[in-house]
Write a protein that binds this ligand. Structure first.
Ligand code: SAM
Length: 561
């Protein structure tokens, strides 16, 4: 076995370089698939600790290649990567094959004078914020020019994959270890479409195993395999499957390679693929019903107030006292969604949250208070230098007036361990930007508002929310405002308003006592059970929801085998 040195805790330098190293068993499966002939030339664009190079050497040797290192090429910006080459490839490595360069500045013909039958690797996962802005624009323009409009917010891995396509020889293969954002991020759509145009077939495999936990990241892993690089204009459909271990991945890859149809077309977010085909069919049938709408048909959502400095602007009762501020100096605000436990939020709820030390007094004043007043002293205590630099402050006319005139009709959760909830804003107060503000469209009466709150809790809508939202590495489900508006809801017309009122009150009670499962069951009884076969559908959706959420949350993922 060729030793590949393992890393201790990552240094800040390794983080800067997006340096996580692929386990040997994984790089072996990918390389064995990508390299087919003893004459194949192999490229690893960011070879790091040389794990893929080691796998390429073994594979070429296995295929009968007498001197594999002549056919192995790579680049990396990290000088340290080069010290592993001799260990892995043996002495007399041809240094022309390995360049200490930014891969994104290389071209196949000028730098190596050839194309590659196999390109393998695990690119740097560097978020767009860490890429200098000039470079970001340059990379986005370049990607758009080749037909992959990833935009300015693409992580570096996306540029790597797009750029690497031009290094693959006609008929060649690419195999990558990618982050979950390949399936989740908006910018990844441009990458996926480009791959679908560049290769005759593409498979991606969502791994249920966290490979980079030791490096301090809960990042999901997606394996991308693209075969038969082509030059015509046809487009293939990327297929999707999930695997719980590297062994299962190997079986999938072997089946796919022997011509079997593997997985399903990738035409929705991955959580959709986890549920049984028959449940997916019922779900789609309900979506087709005339009384199935989207949340956005009844309301618009915006992010809550952006203060620019929540610790300064949002205070607890004690903070207020400590600064000698009076009731008139602040206004109530919902600063944490957990304070809104029920189906509606009243001033009594606000008071209860404040009593337990919650933060819910907002500083927001258009007038500069008189010199010497407690509020003026408080405002003056904000460091002048920071005031100049906080971009949110620059965007508003008066830095100390974060509240606007748009008091929301309801609150919608943004980050969810379970699923999203809509809470009617009986208190008529603002919320901060950890919560979405919901504004009902004209004509949406009180009964409909309550029905919306109930309907969003059904197993059907909660599943829909899983499909349109994004999974974060930590397993939380997030909805941007436009995504929240796409959540499907069933709004049957023939429900007695008295039944809606009664269910709303019961659900409010259940939610307040933390009984979300029973609240959902009640919502299903009012709405889903009205559909033909509704009881069974509700039970099937409940199971599917359980599965989707288990997969979303990190605890389910094994870290070992
Ligand atoms: C996620 S690690 C993967 C290393 C190796 N491919 C593996 O799978 O073990 C990413 C590697 O990209 C390298 N890297 C970062 N930016 C790069 C760039 N612009 N060009 C080439 N390599 C880069 C880092 O030094 C690091 O070795």
């Amino acid at each position: 076995m060729i030793p590949v040195k393992s890393l201790a805790v990552p240094t800040s330098e390794q983080k800067r370089l997006g340096a996580f190293y692929t386990p040997e068993n994984l790089s072996t499966v990918l390389t064995d698939w990508a390299v087919r002939k003893p004459t194949d030339k192999v490229l690893e664009p960011s070879f790091g600790r040389c794990g893929f190079l080691a796998a390429a050497r073994k594979r070429l040797e296995f295929l009968g290649c007498a001197d594999p290192k002549r056919q192995i090429f790579g680049s990396d910006v990290d000088q340290a990567a080069f010290s592993f080459l001799v260990d892995v490839l043996g002495p007399y490595v041809d240094t022309d094959n390995f360049l200490q360069e930014d891969f994104l500045d290389l071209t196949p013909d000028t730098n190596w004078g050839q194309f590659f039958e196999a390109t393998v690797g695990n690119p740097p996962y560097i978020p767009y914020q860490a890429i200098p802005s000039k470079r970001r624009v340059e990379l986005a323009d370049r990607a758009a020019a080749v037909g992959a409009p990833v935009g300015g917010r693409a992580s570096l891995w996306a540029h790597f994959v797009v750029h690497a396509v031009s290094f693959v020889a006609s008929g060649g293969r690419m195999a990558w270890v990618l982050p979950g954002s390949f399936l989740q991020a908006d910018y990844a759509v441009g990458v996926r479409n480009y791959l679908a145009q560049s290769f005759a077939s593409v498979l991606c495999v969502l791994m249920h195993q966290r490979f980079f936990k030791e490096e301090g990241t809960e990042e999901e892993t997606v394996i991308l395999l693209a075969r038969d690089k082509k030059d015509d204009d046809s487009t293939t459909t990327i297929r999707f499957i999930d695997a719980s271990s590297v062994d299962e991945l190997k079986t999938i890859v072997d089946n796919w390679d022997s011509g079997a149809s593997v997985g399903r077309p990738l035409d929705a977010r991955p959580s959709f693929f986890v549920i049984e085909q028959c449940v997916a069919t019922i779900f789609n049938q309900i979506c087709e019903r005339s009384d199935c709408r989207s949340l956005g048909d009844y309301l618009t959502t915006n992010i809550g107030l952006v203060t620019g400095a929540n610790t300064f602007f949002v205070l607890s009762e004690r903070d207020r006292e400590n600064h000698g501020l009076g009731e008139a100096d602040t206004q109530p605000v919902l600063g944490k969604f957990k304070a809104a436990k029920g189906a509606s939020f009243s001033m009594a709820d606000h008071a209860s949250f404040m009593e337990i030390g919650g933060k819910g007094h907002l500083i927001s004043t258009k007038e500069l208070p008189p010199i010497g007043s407690a509020l003026r002293k408080y405002l003056d205590s904000f460091p002048a230098e920071q005031r100049e630099n906080i971009s949110t402050f620059k965007k508003r006319l008066i830095w100390h007036a974060p509240a606007d005139a748009k008091v929301p009709d309801a609150f919608l959760s943004v980050m969810n361990h379970d699923g999203p909830r809509l809470v009617l804003n009986e208190a008529r107060i603002h919320c901060t930007n950890t919560i979405h503000r919901a504004f009902f469209s004209e004509g949406v009466d009180n009964v409909t508002r309550k029905l919306l709150v109930i309907s969003l809790l059904t197993s059907f809508s909660q599943l829909s929310a899983e499909f349109v939202g994004r999974r974060y590495g930590s397993g939380v489900l997030k909805h941007e405002p436009r995504e929240a508006e796409r959540i499907s809801i069933l709004m049957p017309k023939k429900i007695d308003p008295a039944a809606i009122e009664k269910t709303f009150t019961e659900i409010d009670g259940l939610l307040r006592s933390g009984n979300i499962v029973q609240a959902r069951a009640k919502a299903d009884r009012l709405i889903i059970h009205k559909i033909k076969g509704g009881k069974g559908i509700s039970a099937a959706f409940e199971l599917a929801l359980h599965l989707v959420r288990e997969l979303r949350r990190t605890t389910r993922y094994a870290s070992g085998a």
